[in-house]
Design a protein around this ligand. Structure first.
Ligand SMILES: Nc1nc2c(ncn2[C@@H]2O[C@H](COP(=O)(O)OP(=O)(O)O)[C@@H](O)[C@H]2O)c(=O)[nH]1
Ligand SMILES: [Mg+2]
Ligand SMILES: [Zn+2]
Length: 355
């Protein structure tokens, strides 16, 4: 065994079980490792990478409650030059080499990926999460004030990655009815800010404090791998605690246990809520949302624009000023929400000030 076991960063294992080394199993594993090295058919058992620490990975076995602390087989390291060879969310085959450790011998092809291009080398991607089934973008109705443009950028990012989005609006217990300055009609903040999205994406109105909406959200997460993203302070940790209390997540960014922020997340980690149900805290996703989008492709990332895109007079219509624009006709007819159009227009103009 080369390298060192990672230390610190409390290795919370979904099931908290680690098997003692077993002689027979270890011998079997050694035999398999020899086979793998000799280009024999790839063996090992199926597992899911739930956490990464440099060259070490936690692999949750599929058919066993254990998590193995695994390294990559040497043969794997030469593959996949343009991306991370192994990333959180990958389905792998792992050899049990005993002592709770494993060797990753194969990685299944990825269906989708949330990734960013690594800083200096532009054509190499850095995987934030492999194979997400969906992304939950969480905001608060107040404290902190919702940031619609950030939400729109998140949604575009998910559209680009072809990952379905869910929107969560937390702290509904703090919702307020605000009178319109002109008409005096009262509208709730939750409705004013997030109402437009309901026609386009599933929107969950939630309160981690009162439990409102949690049963429906739990049902939406069932059997899926969900990445969770949102600004700090919106209640991500509180919500995950309310959904799955055994996680002991630190609320307010500081560990409740030590008061020293010991459990602050660095990379993506998948938490197991149940068989096949995983939730990923994805701290890297925020920077991803700030990367530039191809202006020509932008309209396609607004799902509510899609039915109209073929109707514009000019095939390369920007939907900003052209005559015969079906998108702006839809806007005028109330079929596209003005705030969503404004968000599109600001991004299309490259108006980063307002986007
Ligand atoms: N009123 C209210 N406060 C909440 C709710 N959810 C979280 N909070 C509070 O919001 C603050 C930030 O919560 P936290 O879970 O740490 O947010 P995170 O940074 O997104 O993980 C804490 O003081 C929580 O107690 C909620 O549903 N209602
Ligand atoms: Mg948190
Ligand atoms: Zn147009």
């Amino acid at each position: 065994m080369s390298g060192r076991r990672p230390t610190g960063q409390g290795r919370d294992q979904p099931d908290g079980i680690r098997s003692p080394p077993r002689g027979k199993e270890a011998r079997h594993a050694a035999k398999l490792a020899t086979q793998a090295a000799g280009n024999a058919p790839v063996d090992g058992q199926p597992g899911l990478v739930v956490r990464a620490y440099g060259l070490w990975y936690d692999v949750q076995l599929r058919d066993d409650p254990r998590v193995l602390l695994a390294t990559m087989a040497g043969t794997l390291k030469r593959e996949r030059r343009k991306t991370d060879v192994v990333a959180v969310g990958d389905h792998v085959r792992v050899l049990d080499v005993g002592d709770g450790e494993g060797r990753i011998v194969a990685v299944e092809p990825r269906t989708r990926v949330l990734a960013r291009l690594a800083r200096q080398t532009r054509d190499v991607e850095q995987v934030i999460l492999a194979n997400p089934d969906q992304v939950l973008f969480l905001f608060a109705v107040r404290e902190p004030a919702p940031h619609r443009r950030m939400l729109d950028r998140f949604l575009i990012l998910a559209e680009q990655a072809e990952v379905p989005s869910l929107i969560g609006v937390n702290k509904l217990d703090l919702d307020l009815a605000v009178p319109d300055p002109v008409t005096g009609t009262e509208t709730r903040i939750s409705e004013t800010v997030f109402g437009d999205y309901r026609a386009v994406y599933p929107v969950h109105f939630l309160s981690a404090a009162t439990g409102q909406g949690l049963a429906e959200l739990r049902a939406a997460l069932q059997g899926k791998v969900t990445a969770v993203a949102g600004p700090s302070g919106v209640g991500k940790s509180s919500l995950l605690n309310a959904l799955h209390p055994d996680g002991h997540r630190a609320v307010g960014g500081v560990s409740g246990a030590t008061g020293k922020g010991r459990h602050t997340t660095i990379g993506t980690q998948l938490e197991r809520f149940g068989p096949g149900t995983y939730v990923a805290d994805t701290p890297g996703i925020r920077s991803l949302a700030m990367t530039n989008v191809d202006p020509e492709a932008l309209d396609g990332y607004f799902p509510e624009f899609r039915p109209f895109l073929d109707g514009c007079f000019y095939a390369d219509c920007t939907h900003l000023h052209e005559p015969g624009c079906a998108v702006r006709e839809a806007l005028a007819a109330g079929r596209i929400a003005p705030a969503r159009y404004e968000s599109y227009a600001a991004l299309r103009r490259g108006d980063t000030e307002n986007a």
